[in-house]
Ligand binder design. Structure first.
Ligand code: NAG
Ligand code: NAG
Length: 924
């Protein structure tokens, strides 16, 4: 190699090591279907309802749609779903062959609701409950009304574009066909696009896509009439409120990709794709779930962001609010149009309408809510055990040790490297004896090694994804040459799940967690680091059709395997990188390979909030950043932020310096210890809100607008979030900060707000607006809302599961009416017993000077040793002289009041068991 070439390669390598190589990934312009659909520009949509084709059924209607430009026919089906939701789909009436429809995302068949229909030549009105959908016949569009308010319109911008399946025509035939078409007096506009490069086949960076079905895009626009902001469509490393993309760069892209060193403030695709978007304004919230698993781009218009702030000001000064309502233009490469319209009208209702369709996140085992310690890699058994012991030495709680790919025998999953891990079973048992868990990685790429049972089984049984010629597809990943099981086939999923069983994978335990990574799938030598689109799956579907769902299908298998591994006893804990609609039913999600930079710490909040409103609440970012070495201050601030996010794991790239907390200066270690211990003091609260998430489907981690939908100032806040409706968190995420601005939201859009109490000193805040809060290195600005009761545990142990029987502290934070309410959920913290009624779900209420407790579910019961250790009352104007506990057997006990300050006092040791069905404490 010449010196110059060598230098060039070296330089390229350096550039590559610093930031994402954008050239590896397509722009909309380079994805021919995106380019074609984005440029659709009709003055009047050519799609019309065909007269006299309306068909009315109990829960739905159908009607034909024609594309006037070429006479091609489609069928519209529109149905009502219980709970302010409509569903509609548009498919070809007689496609050359069936088009792919997603069947694995919804949790179950929705509950349909009766519709009433009236029609005229110009429109068809479909009423369902108090809502209606008004279909305009020519041009075609649908207006959706929540009660009488026009909430969202489909095809109001005439961007609808449906590329029907056609036979590929060659030279002469093409000519002939055009003549025939002309005879029929129909101009086939779509024939013209045949000539556009990329339509019938496409090249990208030396990869050839043969597109055997030709152009198959579907695209439709939605206008959100009552909205100021749009949000959702994770996963992007961008702000929570979506930015206008029309005339301003590329659309947001959804295509599960392994992006090396991803960039911030970017609409590039990342590891997961959840095609649900919400529009929100003071008048309400509306959602659109675009159920499609193919590559999808979303063009956004009419949202206010930096780009058009000037325009808004000009409009404002001119006295006109001439801005269009925000809109989203969905463009998918294949499949059908399959749309759920979520009519809210509040944010939490819209979120719940989505999760009611797609499934609520499951209550995890308690250990999974604790702190996770990971790195690529813990080198061997001694390393794992010594790190676990060091956590004890330094008195830092930790629940789970993690192993990345190096634990395997040369990247063959379901095997161990016995040089480094000669006694895996004993190691797992030693961790379990400490009250801890082990989680290790199992990726979907399978090493092509004739000595590997898994590879041989997959080869012999034809379990791998196939190339378009029907051969086993071979890509390059961690093991070198690798193939990928086709998880869409139920038989293959069953085989895969079986590999997790103890009888097959002896060197394991039913207690371990599993980490499914690289499941976009990542293919190092594939187009855009993933798989060829003309590869073939079960049922003959192209990879193109199912790409965004691949990772989730692996999770279905893993989940099944883990459940069966414990004879249905233990709730599986799985972490995944790829995700789609419904992933919350199987796994937690983290934000992938971030970097040790302040910006990446900040990005964790909007990224997890976007996932959260898209049904995936169990979310977190790698503490410290995966790439690079965090400075001490960044590292401790990251711990503080993640301690209040649902998934709490530290992780690091193999090339980074070791970063266990005690390797930092003593002060840094103490700050980190304090943050983790704070997390553990809130475990009963976390566990309760995870349970309530399973019960209601509403997010755990919420944007402020979920609770304060009328306060316009919170619509685009990326630095604050809430846990349930009770805690407000504004972490410190700037280097050297000695102050942060905390915004206390308004309930009515004006001056009326809640009372808040700083969780550290119970300082009271009772005004709306920004306040500059002083922060030292230990401070995490967290505020409990007045009107809430939060259960905590103040005896911190080495792991979450060891705190199971520990007593409860209740923090009662009063609102202006001296009232507060809260809940506590208790069970065995690991099994499915709770689904058979083995749990306690308590409601606490403080009212008229009396704190009382009752069972919410009276038929449920659970034998707990937990009891009430103390009650902290915050916000009562004067300290009472007496507190009396009364239990259901009517025994009364006088209690001691201690630690009285200006804002709070403590009722010492009520001692009442959490099994007591009712009790009260009266203050005098
Ligand atoms: C497990 O713990 C025992 C007892 O402390 C110790 O002798 C053994 O080496 C440990 N094994 C592993 C693999 O950590
Ligand atoms: C419980 O005690 C209170 C006060 O001593 C009394 O008024 C009430 O009747 C008693 N209730 C029961 C069910 O014994």
């Amino acid at each position: 190699m010449s010196r110059r070439l060598c230098l060039l390669i070296f330089t390229l390598f350096i550039i590559n090591a610093l930031a994402v190589d954008k050239n590896n990934f397509k722009t909309c312009e380079q994805a021919s279907f995106c380019k074609r659909s984005r440029n659709v520009n009709y003055e009047k949509s050519p799609y019309e309802i065909v007269p006299n084709t309306l068909n009315i059924n109990a829960n739905y209607i159908t009607a034909d749609i024609v594309n006037k430009e070429n006479g091609h026919l489609f069928v519209l089906k529109l149905e009502g779903i219980k709970g302010n939701t409509f569903h509609f789909e548009i498919d070809e009436k007689t496609p050359l062959k069936p088009r792919y429809r997603v069947v694995d995302a919804l949790q179950k068949e929705p509950t349909y609701e009766a519709v009433k229909v009236s029609s005229s030549t110009s429109d068809i009105t479909v009423t369902c409950g108090e809502n209606k959908a008004v279909i305009s016949t020519a041009p075609f569009k649908i207006d959706f009304y929540q009660k009488d308010v026009l909430s969202v319109t489909a095809n109001s911008k005439a961007k609808m574009h449906f590329e029907h399946l056609r036979k590929k025509l060659e030279g002469e035939q093409h000519q002939q066909n055009n003549e025939n078409e002309e005879k029929d007096n129909v101009v086939d506009n779509n024939q013209q696009i045949q000539d556009e490069p990329g339509t019938w086949e496409e090249n990208f960076k030396g990869h050839h896509d043969t597109k055997p079905n030709g152009p198959t895009a579907v695209a439709l626009d939605f206008t959100f009439h009552q909205s100021n902001v749009l949000f959702g469509i994770p996963e992007h490393a961008d702000s929570f409120a979506l930015k206008t993309t029309v005339g301003n760069g590329d659309p947001y892209r959804l295509y599960n990709l392994d992006v090396f060193e991803y960039e911030l403030n970017s609409r590039m695709a990342l590891y997961g794709s959840v095609p649900v978007i919400y529009g929100h304004g003071e008048k309400g919230t509306t959602g659109i779930f675009w159920q499609n698993a193919a590559e999808t781009w979303i063009d956004i218009a009419g949202t206010s962001n930096e780009q058009n702030v000037m325009e808004s000001i000009v409009n404002f000064v001119a006295g006109s609010r001439n801005q269009d309502a925000p809109s989203a233009h969905f463009i998918s490469e294949s499949g059908i149009m399959d749309v759920f319209v979520l009519l809210g009208p509040t944010p939490n209702e819209a979120f719940k309408q989505y999760t009611d369709l797609i499934g609520h996140g499951n209550l995890p085992q308690m250990f999974a809510i604790g702190y996770h310690q990971c790195r690529w890699n813990y080198n061997d058994e001694q390393d794992v055990m010594s790190v676990a012991h060091k956590f004890d030495e330094h008195d830092i709680p930790m629940d789970t040790m993690w192993l990345d790919i190096e634990y395997t025998d040369s990247k063959k999953y379901f095997t161990w490297d016995h040089q480094k891990f000669p006694h895996p079973v004993e190691m797992i048992k030693n961790l379990t004896d400490m009250g801890r868990h082990l989680t290790f990685i199992i990726d979907p790429h399978i090493k092509r090694d004739s000595g590997y049972f898994f590879h041989n089984d997959c080869t012999d049984r034809g379990y791998y994804i196939k190339t378009k010629e029907g051969k086993d597809y071979e890509g390059w990943c961690w093991p070198g040459s690798a193939s990928y099981p086709d998880f869409f086939n139920p038989e293959i999923r069953k085989y895969y799940a079986d590999q997790y069983l103890m009888e097959n994978f002896h060197e394991n335990s039913p207690e371990t967690g599993i980490w499914n990574d690289m499941n976009e799938p990542s293919v190092f030598n594939g187009p855009e680091i993933t798989m060829l689109k003309d590869n073939l799956h079960y049922g003959g579907w192209e990879h193109r059709d199912v790409h965004n769902l691949y990772g989730q299908m692996q999770l279905v298998g893993t989940f099944d395997g883990l459940i069966r591994r414990s004879q249905n006893q233990l709730r599986p804990f799985i972490l995944t990188r790829a995700h789609f609609s419904g992933t919350q039913r199987y796994a937690a999600v983290w934000t992938g390979d971030n970097a040790a930079e302040w910006g990446h710490l900040e990005a964790a909040i909007p990224m997890c909030l976007s996932l959260s409103v898209a049904g995936i609440s169990f979310c977190g970012s790698d503490v410290g950043g995966f790439f690079g070495n965090p400075e001490a201050e960044l590292f401790s601030r990251w711990y503080q932020t993640s301690a209040f996010m649902p998934f709490f794991r530290s992780h690091a790239h193999i090339d980074t310096k070791r970063r266990e907390p005690w390797l930092f200066p003593e002060e840094t270690k103490l700050i980190i210890r304090d943050a983790i211990r704070k997390r553990y003091s809130f475990l009963p609260f976390w566990y309760t809100i995870f349970y309530e998430h399973e019960r209601t489907g509403m997010p755990i981690m919420r944007p402020l607008l979920a609770q304060y939908p009328l306060d316009k100032n919170v619509f685009s806040i990326d630095t604050h979030f809430m846990l349930s409706d009770k805690l407000l968190i504004r972490p410190v995420m700037q280097k050297g900060a000695s102050k942060v601005d905390v915004y206390f939201p308004s309930r009515n859009g004006d001056k009326q707000g809640d009372i808040w109490y700083d969780i550290d000193d119970y300082r009271k805040i009772d005004h709306v607006g920004s306040e500059s809060v002083t922060v030292n290195a230990y401070k995490v600005p967290v505020f409990q809302r007045g009107g809430t009761i939060i259960p905590r545990k103040m005896r911190i142990r080495r792991s979450a599961i060891l705190m199971h029987d520990d007593p409860i502290t209740l923090v009662v934070a009063l609102d202006a009416k001296k009232h507060a309410k809260g809940t506590l959920y208790i069970d065995d913290e690991k099994s499915y017993g709770y689904r058979q009624g083995k749990y306690l779900y308590l409601e606490f209420e403080f009212k008229d000077g009396v704190l009382s407790s009752r069972l919410i579910d009276e038929s449920a019961s659970y034998n707990t040793k937990t009891w009430l250790e103390r009650v902290i009352i915050v916000g009562l104007d004067k300290v009472p002289t007496e507190a009396t506990l009364r239990t259901s057997s009517n025994q009364s006990t006088k209690l001691e009041i201690v630690d009285a300050s200006k804002t709070s006092f403590t009722i010492r040791k009520p001692g009442v068991s959490m099994m007591e069905p009712t009790w009260s404490i009266t203050l005098n």
